[in-house]
Write a protein that binds this ligand. Structure first.
Ligand SMILES: NC(=O)c1ccc[n+]([C@@H]2O[C@H](COP(=O)([O-])OP(=O)(O)OC[C@H]3O[C@@H](n4cnc5c(N)ncnc54)[C@H](O)[C@@H]3O)[C@@H](O)[C@H]2O)c1
Ligand SMILES: O=c1ccn([C@@H]2O[C@H](COP(=O)(O)OP(=O)(O)O[C@H]3O[C@H](CO)[C@@H](O)[C@H](O)[C@H]3O)[C@@H](O)[C@H]2O)c(=O)[nH]1
Length: 345
């Protein structure tokens, strides 16, 4: 019996494969490599000493997915596969509705047909949208402001309807806050594709010399230093959260959402300072206008995950930056075998 990890070659999936193997699970990965490379899986093998069966297929292909379930026996599924760029989802919403929803539907149909009823699903803090009161609890109103966030909320609703109709199912919905960092080996991490949108990947690209300067999006927010506050969480802490959630779903029925963050907010300027401390590199930055759609403050109440999953994040901000920097400095162009010319702003 194995755990099926969809999107297992991606950023969070590849780190979670390591944590699963270290916890003693057998893992099978499915990925269409639309946003990842096979090198990630080769390096997971290098780190763990275990070779993982990897199926290159698109989840929205029902025949390929049925064949996968016919030829393997799965105890549970961790479902990472999906598209995740907020800005791209605004410019090309149908791509997001199509990929994220149809991929999940095909997967759930196959799970139902083959009697696999344990699921851990990758949701996002984006399902909360703009919240007034912090920290955000799981019971907060759900009002995503992007098509990406809406695809995740729709899947949460689909899962909730499914569990209501089929009480044997067990689903943990994990709402991640801001995942950053990399495996401490520096062998795997978040693959930079084009110019990053997210803060830590952008800072890393500036530090390594691929980008010239960081634009801080706004310094007039109602926060102590005027820049936005987020809840950054080390990807290895997230990975261990998935192992705990897997143990949870395999011993219960029903659906339960969990926030995964540290519960501690850090401003953009604090992240820059932590990265400088971790890397010893001065990051050139300047203040620019606010970015549309950014909330001033977002951080999680993680009481539920700590109490019910017995999950405790262990990495601090400076550790997250140190590991992001180790990966980035080892592989300035990510998994690319032949480095592309530097992109300059
Ligand atoms: N990274 C974040 O900041 C963040 C935050 C909140 C939630 N999430 C969610 O967590 C999950 C994993 O995120 P990530 O950062 O590892 O992203 P990622 O893009 O690195 O990984 C997703 C993987 O899914 C694969 N994939 C996409 N569509 C597929 C399909 N139809 N069939 C098969 N494979 C497919 C991609 O090739 C990729 O390897 C996603 O669902 C994402 O929405 C991510
Ligand atoms: O070049 C940059 C990039 C970001 N920021 C700021 O840094 C903060 C964090 O931004 P980012 O890293 O893009 O994260 P979020 O906008 O909080 O979104 C992330 O966190 C959400 C909640 O989990 C997920 O849904 C999204 O997919 C994921 O991108 C924000 O204040 C940004 O304005 C900058 O100042 N300059």
């Amino acid at each position: 019996m194995a755990i099926l990890v969809t999107g297992g070659a991606g950023y969070i999936g590849s780190h979670t494969c390591i944590a699963l193997i270290e916890a003693g699970y057998d893992v099978v990965v499915v990925d269409n490599f639309s946003n990842s490379r096979t090198d990630a899986m080769t390096r997971v093998t290098e780190i763990t000493g275990r070779s993982i069966p990897v199926y290159d297929l698109d989840l929205s292909n029902p025949i390929a997915v049925a064949h996968l379930f016919l030829t393997n026996t799965f105890e549970a599924v961790i479902h990472f596969a999906g598209l995740k760029s907020v800005s791209e989802s605004v410019s090309d919403p149908l791509k997001y509705y199509s990929n994220n929803l149809s991929g999940t539907l095909v997967l759930l149909e196959a799970m139902k047909k083959f009697g696999v009823t344990n699921l851990v699903f990758s949701s996002t803090a984006a399902v909360y949208g703009m919240q007034e009161s912090m920290p955000v609890r799981e019971q907060a109103p759900l009002a995503p402001i992007s098509p990406y966030g809406r695809t995740k909320l729709m899947i949460e609703m689909m899962l909730s309807d499914l569990v209501a109709a089929q009480p044997r199912w067990s689903v943990a919905v994990l709402r991640y806050f801001n995942p950053v960092g990399a495996h401490p080996s520096g062998l795997i991490g978040e693959d930079p594709s084009g110019i990053p949108n997210n803060l830590v990947p952008y800072i890393s690209q500036v530090a390594v010399g691929n980008l010239e300067t960081l634009t801080v999006h706004g310094d007039d927010y109602p926060t102590p230093d005027g820049t936005c506050i987020r809840d950054y969480i080390h990807v290895m802490d997230l990975a261990s959260g998935h192992v705990k959630a897997l143990d949870y779903v395999m011993s219960r029925h029903g659906l339960r959402p969990f926030n995964l963050g540290t519960g501690i907010g850090a401003s953009v300027l604090e992240v820059i300072s932590a990265f400088e401390q971790a890397s010893g590199i001065k990051i050139p930055w300047h203040i620019g206008p606010r970015r549309i759609g950014d909330a001033a403050i977002s951080y999680a109440d993680v009481t539920r995950a700590t109490v019910e999953l017995d999950w405790h994040p262990t990495y601090e901000l400076v550790d997250m930056c140190r590991d992001a920097w180790r990966w980035q400095s080892n592989f300035p162009h990510g998994y690319q075998t032949h480095p592309a010319p530097p992109v300059l702003t």
